[in-house]
Design a protein around this ligand. Structure first.
Ligand SMILES: Cc1cc2nc3c(=O)[nH]c(=O)nc-3n(C[C@H](O)[C@H](O)[C@H](O)COP(=O)(O)OP(=O)(O)OC[C@H]3O[C@@H](n4cnc5c(N)ncnc54)[C@H](O)[C@@H]3O)c2cc1C
Length: 305
């Protein structure tokens, strides 16, 4: 394919690291998924912008991946280019007082930001402690837990879309449950954290970690919550009530610990995960007339409920 050759030349000229036909499974926390034609690893913001501009101008299909912790990739992979953001990392301190203000690149791990704040005596991201997300993914998904969400901490967001880069002050109307509504690729964000004693943060971390360990399959291959919670109740409770805890299709299983998690027992296929999701949705619909909307994002898959 000519466009692939041209892309390779473009990447080589600019010294942007890339791989051919890389398997995507290792880049996801559920460890499922076939190959992409190319995986690209920009390490700087200007590299990412030039890449996106190039891909858009050539009408090449592309997709961005952060920590791959809420993602299901097709067994057949993706006939396009995947931009891996994990090398686009860095935290810059902007100001420090009652609040700590930082700017972080979108591929920075949430746990890295959490550690940075902890050492300086500021709190904020404890609710996502141990979650293998990047900042960009946490913003896109408005990741949250225990009554808190990413939107509470974000003050400004820098985005790329269709050849334009712009910064947006964070406003309430831009956010909803598990979603940041503005389109585009998140390049970086400014965040604010309140001062807190380290002992208090440590105690909160311990409590949150213990809660997760007791209620979620944290050491297994999953992609976090499968479905969003409907307005009435918890998705996990509904799936549990239709007695699907532990139900398996192939090597994909509804977790016995938390029914809104699907576990890859080893060698599970995306197809099996999809079937399991559709089955759980159908059972819940038939029993309660409640529609479960997937929270997980799909790559190379057209999901039909
Ligand atoms: C053990 C475990 C526990 C979890 N617990 C929670 C929890 O408590 N609360 C919660 O909300 N979620 C949880 N999750 C799910 C997941 O961690 C979150 O949804 C997280 O925000 C995804 O971040 P990511 O960087 O891994 O994104 P990815 O999975 O890589 O991507 C998710 C989506 O965001 C898009 N995206 C990624 N980066 C960018 C960017 N820079 N710009 C634009 N779009 C982007 C991707 O294209 C994709 O559509 C959990 C997952 C696991 C495995």
């Amino acid at each position: 394919m000519k466009w692939l050759k041209d892309l390779d030349s473009f990447l080589e000229d600019r010294g942007i690291f890339y791989l051919r036909e890389e398997t995507l499974a290792p880049h996801t926390t559920i460890k499922i998924g076939g190959r992409a034609l190319r995986t690209l690893y920009p390490a700087r913001e200007d590299e990412l912008i030039s890449l996106l501009t190039y891909l858009e101008s050539k009408e090449i299909p592309w997709y961005v991946v952060g920590g791959g912790s809420n993602l299901l990739v097709s067994d057949e992979g993706y006939q396009g280019v995947v931009i891996m953001l994990k090398n686009l990392r860095g935290i810059e301190e902007l100001s420090c007082g009652e609040q700590l203000r930082v700017k972080a690149l979108s591929g920075t791990k949430i746990n890295e930001i959490l550690r940075f704040c902890y050492h300086k005596g500021y709190s904020g991201f404890e609710f996502l402690a141990g979650v293998p997300a990047t900042l960009g993914g946490a913003i896109r998904m408005n990741a949250g837990a225990f009554g808190k969400s990413t939107s509470f901490l974000v003050r400004k967001i820098k985005l790329y879309r269709e050849g334009r880069v712009w910064e947006r002050e964070s406003k309430e109307e831009m956010w909803s449950y598990r979603s940041f509504k503005e389109e585009g690729v998140i390049l970086s964000a400014e965040l604010e954290f309140p001062k807190q004693e380290r002992e208090v943060i440590s105690a909160q971390l311990k409590e949150i970690w213990e809660k997760r360990r007791l209620t979620q399959p944290v050491s297994e291959r999953t992609f976090g919550s499968v479905f969003k919670n409907p307005p009435c109740c918890y998705a996990g409770a509904l799936i549990e009530q239709v007695e699907l805890k532990g139900y398996k299709i192939g090597k994909a299983k509804i977790s016995e610990k938390h029914a809104n998690f699907i576990v890859n027992e080893g060698g599970a296929r995306a197809k099996e995960v999809i079937e399991l999701m559709q089955f759980a949705q159908k059972k819940v619909w038939e029993t309660f007339r409640i529609y479960l909307e997937p929270e997980v994002k799909f790559l190379g898959i057209t999901y039909e409920a």
